[in-house]
Design a protein around this ligand. Structure first.
Ligand SMILES: Nc1ncnc2c1ncn2[C@@H]1O[C@H](COP(=O)(O)OP(=O)(O)O)[C@@H](O)[C@H]1O
Ligand SMILES: [Mg+2]
Length: 333
């Protein structure tokens, strides 16, 4: 059920341009983590480094006791097979049907027969909700469907770790909501370790167990969702609440005079908005790695803002969640 990924002191530059420095974080096994950050902060570079497509300058990536950042080619090839990656544009072959696109990794990397491949491909097509579309070309379907097809392809080798590069980019809010639900349901189903890169604040606030924020060449913070959503750290606060007031300006960073002007005006960043309930799997399921709502806040003596954990139907998940757990325990007896 998913493996832990420990990133320790990772640094990456291209020539003299440092992309990010000394990044350390742990992706807990089976949990959903989100990496958030403004465009151009090196989120895609981070994912490519994690799978070994790019080599870091310094640091380690520990998986199953092996350092992916420092190992030889043979070991790297083995470690890479633990990963499934959904690239930003889906990265499908335009001249191949969805079926052939999804079958591609199986034909390349396994000795399975076409009958075995068919069974696996159709299973993944069903999992992502694309039944009936397998004969279509990528150009004939919507962006949302292309993302689903890319996801099905990322799943065929049964990865332990799945990396999603902006699964929500280019999708309208309704399609984003469907895709986010699919990601949560998928995590409940296959229990792999997920890392989602996004700059969508709503996705970051509702989907993950853990959130990290990349800004100005460093990982500002990484930890449980409730820790970041209740944080007073100015950058975290500004980014997760999509505020204008704070260190991030239109063109990524505000300059010193802009910040000084804000300080002179003494603008109060205001109260934090309510913490939304986390997106749950459909069908009253509970993910094995799910954190109980409010658990981090209670353990750290932090009082959540008024109205936290109440969903759009008015249900309060601090009360709803224990009931759901109870029902599961009774159901299991
Ligand atoms: N292969 C590469 N060679 C040189 N520079 C690169 C390469 N890939 C990315 N970069 C640079 O790294 C920076 C971060 O890029 P990227 O990871 O794509 O940002 P993000 O995904 O956060 O929007 C950009 O300035 C980009 O130009
Ligand atoms: Mg990117």
């Amino acid at each position: 059920m998913g493996v832990e990924v420990v990133v320790d002191g990772l640094t990456k530059s291209f020539g003299r341009q440092v992309i990010w420095e000394d990044v350390s974080l742990t992706l807990p096994a089976g949990e959903i983590s989100v990496l958030l950050g403004p465009s151009g902060t090196g989120k895609s570079v981070f994912l490519k480094t994690l799978v070994g497509l790019l080599r870091p300058d310094r640091g380690h990536i520990w998986i199953d006791g092996h350092d992916l950042a420092g190992c030889g080619e043979d070991r790297l090839y083995e470690l890479r097979r633990l990963f499934g990656v959904l690239f930003q544009d889906g990265a499908l072959f335009g001249s191949m049907s969805l079926y052939d696109n999804i079958a591609f990794p199986l034909r390349e990397h396994t000795k399975k027969t076409e009958a075995q491949i068919r069974r696996i491909v159709m299973e993944k097509i069903e999992l992502v909700g694309l039944v009936g579309a397998e004969g279509k070309l990528p150009g004939e379907i919507s962006g949302g469907m292309r993302k689903r097809a890319g996801l099905a392809r990322a799943l065929v080798l049964d990865p332990e770790i799945i990396l999603f590069d902006e699964p929500d980019s280019g999708l309208d809010p309704v399609r984003t909501a469907y895709l986010n639900q699919l990601i949560v349901d998928l995590n409940a189903e296959i229990e792999a370790t997920f890392l989602i890169v996004t700059h969508d604040v709503n996705t970051a606030r509702t989907v993950p167990d853990d959130i990290g924020l990349l800004f100005r060449r460093e990982l500002v913070m990484f930890g449980p969702r409730e820790m970041l959503l209740s944080s007073d750290e100015p950058v975290v606060r500004q980014f997760l609440n999509a505020r204008r007031h704070g260190p991030i300006g239109m063109s990524e960073e505000k300059d010193v005079s802009e910040l000084a002007a804000e300080a002179r005006l003494g603008q109060d960043p205001g109260a934090l908005p309510p913490i939304p309930p986390q997106l749950m799997p459909t069908g009253n399921r509970i993910r094995r790695t799910q954190h109980a709502p409010g658990a981090w806040l209670a353990a750290n003596g932090v009082v959540p803002p008024q109205g936290s954990f109440v969903d759009e139907r008015g249900r309060n998940w601090l009360e709803e969640y224990p009931r759901l757990i109870d029902a599961h325990v009774k159901g299991a007896r």
